[in-house]
Design a protein around this ligand. Sequence first.
Ligand SMILES: NC(=O)c1ccc[n+]([C@@H]2O[C@H](COP(=O)([O-])OP(=O)(O)OC[C@H]3O[C@@H](n4cnc5c(N)ncnc54)[C@H](O)[C@@H]3O)[C@@H](O)[C@H]2O)c1
Ligand SMILES: N[C@@H](CCO)C(=O)O
Ligand code: NA
Length: 444
Amino acid sequence: MGSMKTLKVALLGCGNVGAQVARILIDDAEVLAARTGARLQLTGIAVRDVAAKRTVDLPAELFTTEAEPLIKDADIVIELLGGLEPARTLIRSAIDNGAAVVTGNKALLAADGQDLYARADEAGVELSFEAAVAGAIPLLRPIRESLAGDRITKVMGIVNGTTNYILDQMDSTGAQFADALAAAQELGYAEADPTADVEGHDAAAKGAILAELAFHTPFDLANVQCQGISSITADDIAAAKDAGYVIKLLSIAERLRGLDGREGVAVRVHPTLLPRQHPLAAVHGAFNAVFVEAENAGEMMFYGQGAGGAPTASAVLGDVVSAGRRMVGGGPGRTETATVQLPAVGLDSVKTSYYIGLDVADQPGVLSQIAGVFAEHGVSIETMRQTIHAEDPHDTANDGGQVTAELRFVTHRASEASLAATVEAVRGLDIVNAVISVLRVEGI
Ligand SMILES: NC(=O)c1ccc[n+]([C@@H]2O[C@H](COP(=O)([O-])OP(=O)(O)OC[C@H]3O[C@@H](n4cnc5c(N)ncnc54)[C@H](O)[C@@H]3O)[C@@H](O)[C@H]2O)c1
Ligand SMILES: N[C@@H](CCO)C(=O)O
Ligand code: NA
């Protein structure tokens, strides 16, 4: 390997993922060189504070607060700072300098991916980001390369490790939301600001990226319908469990016809009830799993660790070796992915099932009144369960222990508009004390 070419690698950021990437570049240098056909020399790590304590012991001389000089000298730039700026400016600078770029920054790619892909394409450099979606799981490369000859129709799954960890802890150990979130942060799964995880923004960014790659179209992040898990209570989880379901935060990107008959793309993120025997129900902790449906391939499932320093670093290194191989073997690789322009389709064109939990008066005729409202809106009921409460747990009026019932309906698939109208009409009935929860259901 004496005459082997050396590729200079600049690392931006040394947090949960960056520190693991540096460790692997140093510890596995020989193996990586053999696989790449060139030595991957880590020339420096740009950080905010060179003296800060790291999760991994790394040579002090690698650290610098000056990112630009590192970038100017690099063949491959790895961006693991997170956030929009200065990541965007530094990635543009790397592309302008002819370096290949590897990033895990889904927030930036969802906001600005099309511009960056176009810049990389024009400069003839590779921009790869396997780490940005579903952490360690090889998902983007299979979509971009292995499935390039097929037509993908739907990508659906658990793409946020933090929220899956929280929901799983609440479901399996009865943990409190705040404690489970703190543990996910401690384990290195959460974003710097965990609101991005909890409110579904991280899953929304990943959904938009998946839609762009799967359907070969630009997709504006603002068109993702997004609801996070902050409103999910321990009661919701217990009620779902009791009824044979588990609650998961799903990201769903699908190709479908809008109300105007034109083909388009809908992307949504929301807490979803899944039957406990559904494959996605068995995805625990910070693991992710994604179903991809394609016209010819049919259904595929990708499963693995979706967050955490070392797993995510694995995806980063895969991209680095791949970029290095192309530099040695010639050819920039193809980074531009959009070949068509598909419109965003609103949620009103999406058909889904609802789980509706109601607190109602326990008196004759209640069920038929509610069933009548469902029928009026063309929504048919798949299952109904009833629990009688001697005293109403949702009653704050303290009116002397009126006997109430809790009704839990799961509907067949219907349009979002009919379902929303049904819930509103049911809410307006005198015999309904409260709509306790409304959640979408998949996998039935
Ligand atoms: N942690 C994960 O499981 C995971 C998984 C997939 C993708 N990602 C993505 O990878 C990236 C890094 O994630 P992380 O978990 O390592 O984050 P982190 O917050 O642990 O690390 C980021 C580091 O960058 C540093 N930094 C931020 N701005 C800087 C600047 N201007 N100059 C120098 N240093 C700066 C921070 O001080 C921090 O040390 C993010 O884009 C994140 O979304 C993370
Ligand atoms: N915060 C993200 C990191 C992986 O992208 C998550 O929890 O999934
Ligand atoms: Na991945």
